[in-house]
Design a protein around this ligand. Structure first.
Ligand code: NDP
Length: 273
């Protein structure tokens, strides 16, 4: 029987993960099947158990089940523990289930390798304090930035999130960003505002001369945040590479093979266009 892998979520029909992982399997000559499974609310634990009982070896987990996957895993990686969420489950040799979170590693790889933007000693602003923001903080901190500021519409959430990390991380409200005097080297939009095409009102004083602006969302055109950044002379990149890189890290965890991500990224970019 062929080794089975899948992405689970609700809804899941538009997931790009099956296409990405099929390419990775082909490239690395791995015999496996990767599908998309829609799990109805309330069925997560049962459906995941059934999957692993039927030749399933690994799962990617997406909205809305990342916290349930975190609770289901028998062991967790430090980055999953820090994120409080799991996007990758792996069946271990002893039958236990290991939970990891590759979102932050995917983001860091996309920014530091694909975009060649070092994070070391840089001032980094993260917009948003939801699941995506929480998931990337530890991997970004591991890059040894000078400072991280988390700015959120609901200020209390940013402050509470920052307090879980070291003193390099501070939290403020989006409305207070105008009070910050020093500009940032890297600004990452981890809000869901781009999904609805909403503009976040940001002062241009946040942008350093060589500022790099990253939107975790991706689309066939620049997001409103990236349009604003480009208009004010910043370098820009969207989150398609983060998706491709987090998938590669999951694949490596499962199969111990490193796929060439740039080929898949180019294909997806062409499809988006
Ligand atoms: P959550 O729902 O957990 O958090 C949403 C965040 O966005 C909150 O901080 C919320 O602020 C803020 N927000 C929503 N609307 C607005 C607005 N109009 N103005 C200002 N702030 C706003 O979402 P996630 O963290 O899970 O996802 C965030 C984004 O990251 C999404 O676009 C998602 O697609 C993307 N993402 C991309 C990935 C990739 O691989 N490329 C992986 C994971 C996520 P408040 O707390 O005040 O409500």
């Amino acid at each position: 029987m062929i080794d089975r892998y899948a992405v689970v979520g609700h809804p899941i029909a538009h997931s790009k993960s099956p296409a990405i992982h099929s390419q990775y399997a082909k490239q690395t000559k791995q015999q496996l099947e990767y599908s998309a499974i829609d799990i109805e609310p309330g069925n997560f634990i049962n459906d995941v158990k059934t999957f692993f009982d039927n030749n399933g070896f690994g799962l990617n987990v997406t909205v809305p089940y990342k916290e349930e996957a975190f609770n289901l895993a028998d062991q967790l990686s430090p980055r999953a523990q820090s994120a409080g969420a799991v996007n990758t489950l792996k069946l271990m040799a002893d039958g236990s289930i290991f939970g990891d979170n590759t979102d932050g590693g995917g983001l860091v790889k996309d920014i530091t390798v694909n975009a060649s933007q070092s994070m070391q000693n840089k001032r980094i602003l993260i917009l948003g304090a939801g699941g995506a923001s929480k998931g990337v903080l530890l991997p970004i901190l591991e890059q040894q930035p000078e400072q991280i500021v988390i700015a959120n519409r609901t200020a209390e959430k940013a402050i509470a999130l920052a307090q879980k990390f070291d003193q390099k991380v501070t939290g403020i409200g989006l409305n207070d960003l105008g009070k910050i005097e020093q500009p940032f080297d890297i600004i990452i939009n981890a809000t869901s505002a781009s999904l609805s095409g909403q503009q976040i009102d940001l002062p241009t004083s946040l942008l350093s001369k060589e500022c790099f602006c990253y939107d975790m969302m991706y689309a066939n055109e620049l997001t409103v945040f990236l349009k604003w950044a480009e208009l004010h002379g910043a370098k820009t990149m969207d989150g398609l590479g983060m998706l491709v890189e987090q998938a590669a890290l999951s694949f490596e965890l499962w199969r111990e093979k490193s796929p060439a991500t740039h080929i898949v990224l180019e294909q997806l970019r062409a499809q988006l266009a």
